[in-house]
Ligand binder design. Structure first.
Ligand code: PLP
Length: 381
């Protein structure tokens, strides 16, 4: 028999999986499930990106790539980041198979057994798991009472962050809430991080999926470049979830340490996928804007539909998620909504926000209407 390492035993399986397993079972029985649980755009990858991937394969880019990424992509990423007011050069970038891997490498690089990591709840499920695998002690600040905004919670954050804190994770636009943190909120984070000498992960994977509020990259604020690891990727903005392409950007000392975890685990991100990534960064603005516009229309449609039924959802300025207030026992609400109304959502408690269900509006308008109708007909709204 096996003897498992503590680092895996202290991690729970993904709570979102329970929903998708149940949804799959229902679907296998022939039930039409409206699945609003998935965190992936429903659009195909833009054609020019697909073509660039095929061309790269035809051109023979099918071997190992340089571990930290092909030079063209690292340069293109650096240029993109510089356009956002960030000082990164190509040497500051590690290209990874998905932002998730970039985050995993960052936790492995910065967190030791017993280190204090602060999360803002609700938080994407994998931060906790990655922090625990690295051995962190977690502290959490709940943004739920503040409509999921960070600015009104800065005092509470200030009570939690101390000189004992090693790492703070910030994710704006946010999964699961869609919140985009204000400039004042980010400046508050900066002040706390600088005063207490705290390292910060800024996960900006939903940066482009923003409905008009200014996106603030933490590393662009004074005093933050040298303590921030910026995470971004291609999955959400370019609808490239299955290609697995993301990156971290950080001062060179971080790159050389994280680069060791990277080269000894994944070796490199897929070679031809990286070539497709260059095309995505160079020539996809129109397609991205069209997708964002479509998300925005759905977002407004949902707000209106919920409003018609007297359900007030906190304003979501980014990403493609919304937190719908449901019963206190959100796990039961979500299970029953799936079993009886055949609408799949994710319980807020999976993200540290009980009493809500996260819905993803990466689904077309008729499915969204169908979902709300079903929830209303079955008495859930
Ligand atoms: N960060 C957040 C907040 C996410 O929601 C996700 C995906 O769901 C990721 C990172 C990872 O994305 P990927 O590994 O597909 O680049």
């Amino acid at each position: 028999s096996f003897e498992f390492a503590d680092r895996v035993e202290r991690v729970e399986p993904s709570a979102t999986l329970a929903v998708s397993n149940l949804a799959s079972e229902l679907e296998a029985d022939g039930v039409d499930v409206v699945d609003l649980s998935v965190g992936e755009p429903d659009f195909p990858t833009p054609e020019n990106i697909v073509q660039a991937g095929k061309d790269a394969m035809d051109a023979g880019h099918t071997g190992y790539a340089p571990s930290n990424g092909i030079p063209q992509l690292r340069e293109e990423i650096a240029a993109k980041l510089q356009g956002d007011g960030l000082d990164y050069e190509a040497d500051n970038v590690v290209v990874t198979p998905g932002a998730k891997q970039a985050l995993f490498e960052t936790f492995q690089t910065l967190v030791d057994e017993g280190d204090e990591v602060v999360l803002l709840d609700p938080a994407w499920v994998s931060y906790e798991a990655m922090a625990k695998v690295a051995g962190a002690d977690l502290k959490r600040v709940d943004l739920s009472p503040h409509d999921f905004q960070l600015e009104p919670a800065l005092d509470e954050l200030g009570e939690v962050v101390s000189e004992e804190t090693d790492l703070l994770v910030v994710n704006s636009p946010n999964n699961p809430t869609g919140a985009v943190y204000s400039e004042a909120a980010m400046e508050g984070v900066r002040d706390l991080a600088v005063d207490n000498d705290v390292q910060v992960i800024s996960d900006e994977i939903y940066q482009h999926i923003n409905y008009g509020k200014e996106h603030v990259s933490l590393a662009s604020l004074e005093g933050m470049y040298e303590r921030t690891v910026t995470i971004n990727g291609f999955s959400k903005a370019y609808s490239m979830t299955g290609w697995r392409l993301g990156y971290l950007a950080a001062p060179e000392e971080v790159v050389s340490q994280a680069g060791k975890v990277h080269s000894h685990s994944v070796s490199c991100a897929v070679n031809f996928v990286q070539h497709a990534g260059v095309e995505a960064l160079q020539n996809t603005e129109t397609a991205v804007n069209e997708m964002v516009e479509a998300f925005d229309e759905r977002r407004q449609l949902l707000v209106d539909l919920f409003d018609e039924h007297g359900v007030d959802v906190p304003e979501a300025d980014g990403a493609f998620y919304m937190m719908v207030p449901v019963d206190e026992d959100d796990q039961t609400w979500c299970t029953e909504a799936l079993e009886e109304a055949h609408v799949a959502t994710v319980p807020g408690s999976a993200f540290g926000a009980p009493g809500y269900a996260r819905i993803s509006y990466a689904a077309n308008e008729s499915r969204l209407r169908e979902a709300v109708d079903r929830l209303v007909d079955a008495g859930y709204l």
